[in-house]
Design a protein around this ligand. Structure first.
Ligand code: TRP
Length: 327
């Protein structure tokens, strides 16, 4: 089976767009590959955080991911800082990464622009990400389009290391899922649903009260021509509802459009479909919230599985560089 690795930052709560995009990709993908899913808490520290903030968000994200269907019997779900090799390998990789390469990263430019404090960690972030991936002899990395550049850098750095020190790392490839529903804001349907940039009434949280979820769909922005048709450019609001309905029920947006002649029923069916999708997730989430020791146990098992792979790759990197072994 191919080895798959992906990471997600514990920053704020997840929304419906995350579930129908990335998270669903993971839950479905876990059966087709030897999958490692990592909550990258060290990456979250690249921007200032309150004491306790990252730990709380990490626990909650683990519980959301488990509630959404990541199965610790099938995949390896773990927390980045629980496996010390991530920080250790990141240093070695920083030493084979050029400043110029890091300067070209568009995510760094976006995240640093206009900020009065820019950490060195934000700049070297891609080297830590490369360590995440390379520590597991990863074949493929499922990520959004915005991460492609970081995976390319990971390959370049791995190749340079292999060239300098001898064959050490597997070269990974980015797999950007073609399908994965692109969920837009319910109030501003030309913008992606986003917890930071989006409107509150346009964003549906995974752990949000279901009555409030239904209300948001009934108030979703459509348009004034009254025709139900799948046409994201001309009819972004209606098309968004159709793609959410399709992603929630397993249909095709354009085919579903033919079943409706009015916006009202489309809105209420989409609301019902999303509520039905979220109900079991929220139930399981509630159980996990009530028993944090069980989540901690699952994360310990995940960290042990991850570590068993990471120690070998780390040892290979140290040996190939020729660091003096501790004997
Ligand atoms: N940089 C990724 C993001 O912002 C998160 C991430 C960290 C990641 N390490 C990773 C993704 C390794 C894939 C593989 O979304």
């Amino acid at each position: 089976m191919p080895r798959v690795f992906s990471g997600i930052q514990p920053t704020g709560s997840l929304h419906l767009g995350n579930l129908l995009g990335a998270v669903r990709n993971w839950t479905e993908g876990q059966h087709r590959a030897d999958s490692f899913f990592c909550i990258v808490d060290l990456h979250a520290l690249t921007v200032p955080k309150r004491p306790g903030e990252v730990g709380d968000a990490t626990l909650e994200l683990a519980q959301v991911l488990l509630a959404c269907g990541l199965d610790p019997e099938v995949c390896t779900l773990f927390v980045q800082s629980h496996v010390h090799q991530h920080g250790e390998l990141a240093w070695l990789l920083q030493c084979v990464t050029a400043m110029g390469e890091l300067r070209r990263m568009t995510q760094f430019k976006d995240k640093s622009e206009g900020k009065d404090f820019v950490s060195a960690g934000l700049f070297t972030y891609p080297a830590l990400q490369a360590a995440d991936i390379l520590l597991y002899d990863t074949d493929s990395v499922p990520v959004g389009e915005d991460q492609r550049q970081h995976i390319e850098l990971t390959r370049d750095v791995a190749e340079r290391f292999n060239h300098r020190y001898g064959d050490t790392f597997v070269l990974p490839t980015a797999t950007v899922p073609a399908a994965g529903a692109r969920v837009m804001d319910l109030q501003e349907p030309t913008n992606k649903m986003s917890k930071s940039a989006g409107s509150d009434t346009g964003t549906v949280g995974l752990t949000e009260d279901l009555a409030s979820v239904a209300k948001k769909f009934k108030r979703a922005v459509t348009d004034s021509d009254g025709e139900v048709r799948y046409d994201p450019a001309a009819k972004p609001g209606v098309s968004n509802l159709l793609s959410i309905l399709a992603a929630s029920t397993g249909g095709e947006p354009a085919e579903l459009a033919e079943e409706y002649s009015q916006y009202g029923p489309l809105k209420s069916d989409t609301a019902d479909a999303v509520v039905a999708l979220l109900e079991p997730v929220q139930e399981r989430f509630g159980e996990l919230r009530a028993d944090p020791a069980e989540t901690a146990r699952l994360l310990r098992v995940g960290a042990e599985k991850a570590r068993s792979v990471a120690v070998d790759v780390m040892a290979r990197a140290r040996a190939n560089i020729g660091l003096l072994p501790l004997t």
